[in-house]
Design a protein around this ligand. Structure first.
Ligand code: HSE
Length: 376
């Protein structure tokens, strides 16, 4: 029998318990043994929950239980979650998480501890919710040199943009809907201002090229400054506006990474990704373009990815999975080194420029009301 614990019984944590309830028999069949939820660690009063008998408040119980194999960290944030993840790994437990903030900020150190203790630290659910994207990137596409990654990486903002455009729903109402559906972060500013997508593109970049890109080192622009007028004008130009995280490998080995709303031509499959759906396009030098698509947030989709990692951790009990990043990435200067086409709306008709750097585009746009990159 294999035992696991859930730390933090919010949207994701309770989704993981529900996936086990729904699929326990098939999970046991795949695993070759029964998987038991032994503890739920949460400081809140969960006495009315059907799982009340499993609830504990003392992390030391998990840490010292020799029969506990895997800990799911769904606390969120990078404080308590960081401390408990470190301690769990040091105690020889495998740790699985959906916590992109923690992975982006401390993943390098936590992966090193996992390597030293010969346990797994797995975080498939931290990017793209239920979409399998990290494992395809570091495993299935390992034979490629990855050239570019571009993705709709935040379900909340994509849901808001879609509701505003398709349903004429005001921004605040669309945000409230996303919160009610369990898509948004505790502080939705992290979604709206692009920080959540920024953490995710950093994790993708770390795994793709093995050099750490720190979230605070990249340019991040969210959707709060977007005008609905631009959404309409974009359509007349044959494009949709999408918040994209993008990372590229330059020929000299440096990395460029950023988050910004883009005009996405309707010929790109990313343009048709609506609602809470996320999609990640990965370009490899052997495979060409691959697009992975699915629900990027929500309890059961995210729990699906978490449970996959729990099973993978248990399958790699003896020989841990090898993944990680161990050096700093060298970043290119986005302002002067990455030529792109630009959408400019100022005086006169809106237009799309030829390829030029951000600095050149800004000089050309002057006092224009809108300046957005166009995805090639
Ligand atoms: N707030 C995130 C989103 C949750 O909306 O995509 C999943 O990471």
């Amino acid at each position: 029998m294999a035992n696991f614990a859930i730390m933090g019984f919010g949207t994701v944590g309770s989704g993981v318990a529900e996936v086990l309830r729904m699929n326990g028999a098939s999970i046991a069949e795949k695993l070759g043994e029964r998987l038991t939820l032994k503890y739920i660690l949460d400081v809140r009063d969960l006495s009315a929950s059907p799982y009340a008998s499993l609830v504990v408040k003392d992390f030391a119980l998990l840490e010292s239980d020799p029969e506990l194999d895997v800990v799911v960290e769904s606390i969120g944030g990078a404080k308590v979650a960081y401390e408990f993840t470190r301690r769990a790994l040091l105690a020889g437990k495998h740790v699985v998480t959906s916590n992109k903030e923690l992975v982006a900020a401390h993943g390098r150190e936590l992966l090193e501890i996992a390597r030293d203790k010969n346990v797994n630290y797995l975080f498939e659910a931290s990017v793209g919710g239920g979409i399998p994207v990290l494992r395809p990137l570091f495993q299935c596409l390992a034979g490629n040199q990855i050239q570019e990654i571009a993705g709709i990486l935040n379900g909340t903002t994509n849901y808001i943009l879609t509701r505003m455009v398709e349903g004429g729903v005001p921004f605040d109402e669309a945000l409230r809907e996303a919160q009610e559906k369990g898509y948004a972060e505790a502080n939705p500013a992290a979604d709206i201002e692009g920080l959540d997508a920024g953490r995710k593109i950093c994790i993708l970049s770390d795994l793709a090229w093995g050099g750490e890109v720190r979230p605070e080192a990249i340019s991040v622009r969210g959707i709060s400054g977007l005008s609905l007028e631009d959404v309409d004008v974009a359509r007349t130009l044959g494009c949709r506006i999408k918040l994209l995280g993008r990372a590229l490998r330059l020929e000299d080995g440096r990395t460029a990474a950023y988050v910004a709303p883009h005009l996405v031509p309707e010929s790109s499959p990313l343009s048709g990704v609506d609602g809470v759906f996320n999609a990640v396009m990965i370009r490899g030098n052997a495979v060409g373009d691959v697009m992975l698509y699915g629900r990027g947030a929500g309890d059961l989709p995210t729990a699906s990815a978490v449970m996959g990692d729990v099973l993978d951790a248990l399958a790699h009990r003896e020989k841990r999975r090898s993944l990680g990043w161990s050096r700093d990435a060298v970043l290119a200067d986005l302002e002067s080194e990455l030529p792109m086409r630009w959408y400019i709306r100022g005086e006169g008709p809106a237009r799309i420029t030829g390829a030029m750097t951000a600095r050149e585009a800004r000089a050309l746009a002057g006092q224009a009301a809108a300046l957005l990159p166009v995805l090639e």
